[in-house]
Design a protein around this ligand. Sequence first.
Ligand code: COA
Length: 155
Amino acid sequence: MKKTVSESRIEQVYQVRPEHLNGAGRLFGGKLMEWIDELAGLVALRHAQKDVITASVDNLKFIRGAYQKDLIVLIGRVTYVGRTSMEIRVDTYIEDMKGIRKPINRAYLTLVAVDAEGNPVEVPGLLIETEAEKAEWEAGIRRREMRKQRKEEGF
Ligand SMILES: CC(C)(COP(=O)(O)OP(=O)(O)OC[C@H]1O[C@@H](n2cnc3c(N)ncnc32)[C@H](O)[C@@H]1OP(=O)(O)O)[C@@H](O)C(=O)NCCC(=O)NCCS
């Protein structure tokens, strides 16, 4: 049975602490990548209700830095599903004390549902409810084609 985007959407908040900083006193990019991968995995797990693995991560762009005490908000949602794979978009923001959010990163990850032997298994379809979700789905088809092409070219 198909599932909606909102059924698996997750919003997670972290505060940047000293152990998250790199030598330049900013949030370490690898830590943010871990948070993004973890969140995407949870969204995919909720959608598929099966074990999932990360097949690819696209378009990690660090638009601005984050510093100690900043609040980091990550929002993850399913944008496209194939037979066994799910595309998850994760948007990351810095939120100030007034609740104003500034984007710092947007990533698209592909997660694949697997059985106990690690073989890909089918996932539920996606029930599109809004125009924005429809636009994301259509863009997801194009991104999937680009990924296939890159895979063929060994990129
Ligand atoms: C992901 C993995 C299972 C795909 O294996 P595969 O032999 O290509 O399997 P399939 O051809 O059946 O593809 C399964 C799905 O993955 C998708 N896929 C495969 N490689 C992909 C890639 N590089 N990027 C995006 N999607 C990919 C396919 O499009 C397919 O999706 P669909 O069922 O929705 O059409 C395999 O590459 C793997 O196990 N990788 C290691 C993943 C891992 O361990 N991640 C943890 C982080 S290290």
